[in-house]
Design a protein around this ligand. Structure first.
Ligand code: ADP
Length: 515
């Protein structure tokens, strides 16, 4: 079976072998098992359903929410000699009828459909007359309300399989699913846990770096100048900061483009093209930029501010090094970023999603404070279990010795206890620093007031973030998040567990290493 699939791979796509995850997924699908494939962008998900579609008889239905990508996919398949078609709102009524006629004649191997179509009963009836052995659901995280891009029309997919007497095999594919989202997709589509394949998340050619408390403007000016022969993207959290970073680079003579939702469509397209055609060195953008962009030679992706969750971060950072060559993904963190993201999350229309968004934000903050391998943190976040250190991220190459900070951690923890585990990290840090802030006057009597005094409230806050990333302290999310002690924290307090931390970062030292 797999030999025949390999022949299809060679004949239609010109590749000699499957990537490691692809083969398992394809075998599973060809065995008629409903399958979930979680693979990062660029990992090669398309072939996971296209090869089986060519293997089996009949027309495979591919559900995809991205109208612009549908046409690209179909064009690409045509150029490989595969009969494919799409139906979405960009077609006229007449064109849709014509396409359906072609499909009924049985020549079309892959039919791409926008999920909204499935809400139309007449269209469902039409589909039920076709021979459909396989249904591929692209961007499957859209079916889960725990995902970052829930689309109500995706919910109609669950009942789609019942249209045919012989149930088609289902393959759901996504690049961005946390374990919770994966479980949700599986339960909504009746996919067995053992049929989910989470694979290929680590990107060996990317080196990750988190820099805390840098002067961001200075840093990017210098970085862009030192890498003037390389192309890169700088992501900023708001339109306003895109504009200011853009102006900054422009003033410094950098060839730069910008992209955000506040610009007109024509201008956005023009700026995007300038970047795609290498007319500029740097694209400064909000997260509105990048969907469906296939520029392979992006050598660096810098996040000027921390994004709102790991899904967004990895999707954006992952746009570096698509050609497999070494590339850098740098995140410039400042504690105010968390406030910015909280504010943006709070703007959400759907209030029910806010607690989940805040939880995701916390994982993002933890990423910025962990002292463990960053690549490992990422793949673990996405549910991979085989973890090995990357050896090249800013944490792996950090040779500063780890110091025993158990005593300081105990001071923090006992202060948290004395404050009734009901307050946030900023107030707690101020109490520990013995700040003169009026708001904390009520805590002056505590024995832990000012107990970490030589440290500033900001440094203590950062230390608390570190303790959170180590899961010694936990966060009760909410509008005013509070911190409390975990079981591990209790062990630290009782002296049964040590806490080790690298010596404080000397920003000037980091700068010397960094271009
Ligand atoms: P995804 O949908 O996961 O983002 P794609 O399916 O677009 O990724 O694949 C990314 C790139 O990798 C494409 O250019 C594709 O042709 C290439 N690719 C996929 N599978 C293989 C393979 N087995 N061997 C070589 N190249 C592959």
């Amino acid at each position: 079976m797999i030999q025949q699939a390999q022949q299809i791979l060679k004949q239609y796509f010109g590749y000699d072998s499957f990537r490691s995850g692809q083969q398992q997924v394809i075998e599973n699908v060809l065995n008629g098992r409903d399958t979930l494939c979680v693979m990062p962008t660029g990992g090669g998900k398309s072939l996971c359903y296209q090869v089986p579609a060519l293997y089996v008889e009949g027309t495979t239905i591919v559900i995809s929410p991205l109208i612009s990508l549908m046409k690209d996919q179909v064009d690409l398949l045509h150029s490989n000699g595969v009969q494919a078609a799409y139906i979405n709102s960009s077609l006229t009524f007449g064109q849709i009828n014509e396409t359906m006629e072609n499909v009924k004649n049985g020549t079309v191997k892959l039919l791409y459909i926008a999920p909204e179509r499935l809400e139309n009963e007449i269209f469902r009836q039409e589909l039920s007359k076709l021979h459909v052995p396989l249904i591929a659901i692209d961007e499957a995280h859209c079916i889960s309300q725990w995902g970052h891009d829930f689309r109500p029309s995706y919910r109609t997919i669950s009942s789609l399989v019942t249209l045919w007497k012989k149930k088609p095999t289902v393959i759901a594919l996504t690049a961005t699913a946390t374990p919770t989202v994966s479980e949700d997709i599986c339960s909504l589509l009746n996919i067995k846990v053992e049929d989910s394949f989470i694979t290929g998340f680590s990107r060996d050619n990317l080196s990750f770096k988190v820099l805390i408390g840098e002067n961001r403007e200075q840093y990017i000016k210098k970085y862009v100048k030192n890498n003037e022969n390389e192309v890169g993207i700088i992501y900023a959290a708001t339109r306003k900061s895109v504009e200011s970073v853009y102006e900054l680079l422009l003033k410094n003579g950098v060839r730069v483009a910008k992209y955000h939702g506040g610009m007109g469509e024509a201008e956005r397209t023009e700026e995007q093209n300038r970047f795609l055609q290498d007319e500029v060195q740097v694209m400064v953008a909000t997260n509105a930029f990048g969907m469906g962009i296939n520029k392979t030679n992006v050598r660096f992706v810098i996040h000027y501010q921390m994004p709102r969750n790991m899904e967004s971060y990895y999707q954006e950072a992952g746009r570096a090094g698509r050609d497999g060559l070494p590339s850098e993904c740098i995140l410039l963190y400042s504690s105010s970023d968390e406030q910015t993201q909280r504010f943006l999350i709070d703007q959400a229309q759907d209030r029910t999603r806010i607690p989940m968004e805040l939880e995701k934000l916390q994982s993002m903050v933890d990423y910025c404070h962990t002292e463990n391998c960053l690549q490992s943190y990422i793949v673990q976040y996405f549910g991979e279990t085989r973890i090995s250190e990357c050896g090249q991220c800013s944490n792996c190459i950090d040779s500063r010795p780890k110091l025993d900070v158990t005593e300081d951690a105990q001071k923090v923890l006992s202060c948290v206890v004395r404050m009734g585990q009901k307050f946030g990290k900023t107030i707690t840090a101020q109490v520990l620093a013995g700040s003169r802030n009026k708001k904390i006057e009520g805590f002056r009597h505590l024995s832990t007031f000012g107990i970490l005094k030589p440290m500033s409230a900001k440094e203590i806050s950062s230390f608390i973030e570190f303790l959170i990333s180590e899961k010694v302290l936990l966060v009760q999310p909410g509008q005013f998040p509070t911190i409390y002690i975990s079981d591990e924290g209790k062990a630290v307090l009782l002296g049964n567990k040590k806490v080790l931390r690298r010596t404080k970062i000397e920003v000037s030292a980091v700068k010397q290493d960094d271009p």
